[in-house]
Design a protein around this ligand. Structure first.
Ligand code: DGI
Ligand code: FE
Ligand code: FE
Ligand code: FE
Length: 187
């Protein structure tokens, strides 16, 4: 699928702000992809669709999780964790996107996971550092993303867990698996 078609499919499902976030994630991911020898086309496609299901009704997402081979334990955690896995299913059903690397980068963009590919890391990081985001410590992650993809991914993972613990939120196992695996790789 080409970029313009993908954008046209996604835009009506998002708010203006979320759509603009999506375009910024895509350009951030493409530039990281070029830097780290990953397919820029795959990085762009995954980024354009990463938040495709962000605003689906909770009932619809629940139904898709129940009826597909997605892990049922997702339903025991916050619904914010559902939109990536659900999008990975929907884009194949609706648009025939079967590329496993692209689908997986979309699937895991919120939590990460153990053994992330470069493409998965790029979408995970680009979602966090795109130029519209601002929070303390972000510039350090932006700088690291230019030097070391693994270390930058580790920083995203660590910051996310710190933030969730500060808010006393529950943390999905894949979120910890990402952190543990990346910590192993950087030490
Ligand atoms: O969709 P975006 O806002 O662009 O970003 P995202 O999909 O990466 O993250 C959405 C939210 O999910 C973000 O506030 C962090 C949160 N999150 C990530 N891992 C976990 C989590 N929330 C809970 N409750 N548990 C997690 O393990
Ligand atoms: Fe998201
Ligand atoms: Fe994210
Ligand atoms: Fe996003």
């Amino acid at each position: 699928m080409n970029k313009n078609d993908a954008i046209a499919f996604v835009e009506p499902h998002l708010t203006k702000q979320r759509f603009e976030h999506t375009l910024r994630v895509a350009s951030t991911a493409v530039s990281l992809a070029k830097k780290y020898n990953v397919s820029p086309e795959k990085a762009e496609l995954a980024s354009i669709f990463h938040d495709y299901c962000k605003y689906r009704a909770m009932d619809e997402m629940k139904r898709i999780i129940a009826a597909s081979n997605l892990p049922k334990d997702l339903l025991l955690y916050h619904h914010e964790l559902w939109h990536g896995p659900v999008a990975s299913i929907k884009i194949e059903e609706e648009f025939g996107i079967t590329d496993h690397e692209v689908k997986s980068a979309i699937y895991y963009h919120t939590t990460g996971k153990a053994n992330m590919s470069k493409l998965e890391l790029i979408v995970f990081i680009a979602d966090y550092i795109e130029p519209g985001r601002s929070f303390p410590g972000l510039d350090k992650v932006r700088e690291m993303a230019q030097n070391d993809l693994i270390k930058a991914g580790w920083m995203v993972s660590r910051n996310t867990i710190k933030y969730l613990m500060e808010k006393e939120n529950r943390i999905y196992p894949d979120t910890f698996h990402a952190y543990n695996d990346l910590t192993r790789l950087i030490t």
